[in-house]
Design a protein around this ligand. Sequence first.
Ligand code: ASP
Length: 317
Amino acid sequence: MQRKIVVLGTGGTIAGRSDVAGANVGYTAGQIGVEQLLAAIPGLQRAAGGSLVAEQIAQIDSKDMDFDVWARLAQRCAAHLADPLVAGIVITHGTDTLEETAWLLANVLDAAKPVVLTCAMRPATALVPDGPQNLLDAVALAAEPTARGVLMVAAGVVHGAREVAKVHPLRLDAFDSGDTGPLGWVEAGQVRWAHGRAPQAAQPRHAGLLPVLGRGPWPRVEIVLSHAGSDGLLVDWLVQGGVGGIVVAATGNGTLHQALEAALARAVAAGVAVRVASRCPQGRMLDLHAAAWQDADGLSPVKARVSLMLELLSVGR
Ligand code: ASP
């Protein structure tokens, strides 16, 4: 039997269309079906080294990503990963929340095969769209026998789910892995791993949650930023509103405005889970501050929020 690469479409700029011929901005994301995207790329079947199967999971701008789409996507990934004929999965996604989806999937999928997210910064109708090459690279990566775990590829660069972040609103190479650097590259259809070998996939922390995702409401977890003039009022309002968790994007090495810190102490006393991430886009906090708050384990605030939601979900809060 022929092995398969499954391509799951969720929308994004890669499936975007503009009424203005050739425009790079001012388009509508999530317009073109995943089958149509695949059909427009010569050589895709060859890159897959087998057959390609397309499935439309959603058709949205990823700025509007929601829990239902996440649940459906994670569960369809798991179903395809369990098929022995599936060699790997590609997910077409918008760039805006790609890193959040990647981190969610890395936490719930036991991905002994590659799950590769890809995207585009220009719509499919642009004069020179970047989506087709990214999709071709993603299929090559999903078909690569040494690849495993949740990865993403854009502009020829391979990133891991934990580190990747969108760092630029317009550039074609809009993603970065900070201090750790990329995991590899896709060059003329070949995967070249940084450090000469494929990274191992980490064990998912919350694989047990997979069947229950989408069955009930997700815990409410909000992100609050520590900044000059913070007064903590937002935190008090969130607590009054019944928030389950707060991720605070702290200054530098986890420092907090004193008024915000006082409000967070009130939140903890009220039973709210608080995690501290750094608002610095690079590096990792050293655990220098007194352990009044649990730190976010080096995750960015948006990924710390995903982790905290999963944690609260697993304890039934
Ligand atoms: N707003 C778009 C999205 O995230 C941006 C993109 O895909 O580049 O779906």
